[in-house]
Design a protein around this ligand. Structure first.
Ligand code: KG4
Ligand code: ZN
Length: 359
C-alpha cells in the first residue's frame, strides 16, 4: 500500500510517499523558519497561508521524485492534531479532498504518534514494547509503548516542553528562532563546568519534568554576567549580545548539559521502573547530539538499546505521518465524513491499532 503523508501542524510543510512493501519512496519538506524568524516565533495565520501555497506543489514534487503519479496513491494520511488549528485544517481539507477525488481512504494521524513511530523508518527499527521519550517544541513526555496506539503516559513536563525551553534560552542568548539547534551549536564552543545549572526534579522520585526553574537559572546567570561585565568594562546599555561570546557559549553548554543530564536520569528511571530494555527518543529535540550521546552512555550501562530517527525525521516531516497513517489504514481503520482536527489531543486517548479508528 502506498500512502501519501501530509504534515502541516505547525511551521513546516512535510510531504512523503511511503510504500508498505518498499519503505519510504520520497519526501520533501518546506520550512517556514525564514517567514517567522523576524517575529521570534510562529505566527499562526501566516503559517496557515503558507501551507496553502506550498502543500500542492510539494505533493507534485514528491510524486516526481518517486517517479509516481496520483494514480499510484492508495491512501492519504494527514496530521489531524495536536497543532495550530488553521495550519491543521489546510492539510486535513487538502488530504480529504484529494482522497475523495482519487477514491482512496484517508486517515487523520496524531502528530506525536507520528514522531513516536519515526524510528520505525530506520534500517534497524525498535521492537515493542519500549519506553519513548517524546521531546518536541510542544511536548515532553515519557511513554510506555506496547504497540501502535497502546500508550501509557509515565510522566510529562509540568510547564515548558524541552524544545520550548531551548527556544526561550536561545532568545535570552540573542539567538534567532528556533533556538534549539542554535543553542546546541553555540554550546559546542562552550567550556563544560564553568556554570552549573539545576537538574530539575531529579532529586525526588517520579518521572515528571519541569523546565521553568532551569530557565530562570539561565536568566539570572545572564543578568549577573551582564552586571559583572558591565562593571569590568565600564560599558553602558549592555544586552545579551554584549556579553562576551565565550560566556554565552559556556552558559549554552551548561543549559544543554542540565537538560541532557535530566533526561538521562529520568529515562534510566523509566527503564528500571518498567523493566523494558529499549528506549526510543523522538521529536525535534531528539536531533540533539549531546542528548543522543548522553542517553547512549546510559543505555549501555543499563544493558539496553537506544533508537532514534535520522535528524531530518526527528523534526516535523511528512514521512512519519505517511508511516503512521499507513499502519492504521492497513489495519482497516476508516474515518467518518466529518472533518475533525484537534488543537489538543491526548496521545493516550488513541485506540490500539485496528480497533475502531483513531477517533
Ligand atoms: O518536533 P518538532 O520539529 O516540532 C514540534 O512538534 O514541536 O520540534 C521542534 C523543536 C523546537 O523547539 C526546536 O528548537 C527543537 O525542536 N530542536 C532542537 C534541536 N533541533 C530542533 N533542540 C535542541 N537541539 C537540537 N539540535
Ligand atoms: Zn513535531
Amino acid at each position: 500500500m502506498r500512502v501519501l503523508g501530509i504534515e502541516t501542524s505547525c511551521d513546516e510543510t512535510g510531504i512523503a510517499l511511503y510504500d508498505s512493501e518498499r519503505g519510504l519512496l520520497a519526501d520533501s519538506l518546506y520550512s517556514q523558519v525564514a517567514l517567522h524568524e523576524r517575529f521570534g516565533g510562529v505566527i499562526p495565520e501566516l503559517a496557515s497561508r503558507d501551507h496553502i501555497r506550498k502543500t500542492l506543489p510539494l505533493i507534485q514534487e514528491v510524486l516526481d521524485k518517486a517517479g509516481a503519479t496520483l494514480a499510484d496513491i492508495d491512501g492519504i494520511a494527514y496530521t489531524a492534531g495536536p497543532g495550530l488549528i488553521g495550519a491543521l485544517l489546510v492539510g486535513a481539507s487538502l488530504g480529504r479532498a484529494l482522497g475523495m477525488a482519487l477514491e482512496v481512504p484517508t486517515i487523520g494521524v496524531h502528530h506525536m504518534e507520528g514522531h513516536l513511530l519515526a524510528p520505525m523508518l530506520e534500517d534497524t527499527p525498535p521492537e515493542f514494547p519500549f519506553v519513548a521519550l517524546l521531546v518536541s517544541g510542544g511536548h515532553t513526555q515519557l511513554v510506555r509503548v506496547d504497540g501502535i496506539g497502546r500508550y501509557r503516559l509515565l510522566g510529562e513536563s509540568l510547564d515548558d516542553a524541552a524544545g520550548e525551553a531551548f527556544d526561550k534560552v536561545g532568545k535570552m542568548l540573542g539567538l534567532a528562532y528556533p533556538g534549539g539547534p542554535r543553542v546546541a551549536a553555540l554550546a559546542e564552543k562552550g567550556t563544560p563546568g564553568r556554570f552549573e545549572f539545576p537538574r530539575p526534579m531529579t532529586n525526588r522520585p517520579g518521572l515528571e519534568f519541569s523546565f521553568s526553574g532551569l530557565k530562570t537559572a539561565v536568566r539570572n546567570t545572564l543578568a549577573e554576567e551582564r552586571v559583572r561585565q558591565h562593571a569590568d568594562h565600564g560599558a553602558r546599555n549592555m544586552d545579551e549580545q554584549d556579553i562576551d561570546e565565550q560566556t554565552r557559549a559556556d552558559i549554552a553548554r551548561a543549559f544543554e548539559d542540565a537538560v541532557v543530564q535530566t533526561f538521562v536520569i529520568k529515562c534510566r528511571r523509566a527503564l528500571q521502573a518498567t523493566g523494558l530494555k529499549s528506549l526510543i527518543i523522538a521529536g525535534g529535540v531528539s536531533a540533539n547530539l549531546r542528548l543522543r550521546e548522553g542517553l547512549q552512555g546510559m543505555v549501555e550501562k543499563e544493558r539496553s538499546r537506544l533508537f532514534y530517527a535520522k535528524p531530518r525525521f526527528c523534526t516535523d516531516n511528512g514521512a512519519m505521518i505517511a508511516y503512521a497513517g499507513c499502519q492504521r489504514l492497513l489495519a482497516g481503520e476508516t474515518e467518518g465524513l466529518a472533518l475533525d482536527v484537534r488543537p489538543r489531543w491526548p496521545l493516550e486517548s488513541l485506540s490500539p491499532l485496528g480497533q475502531g479508528g483513531t477517533r
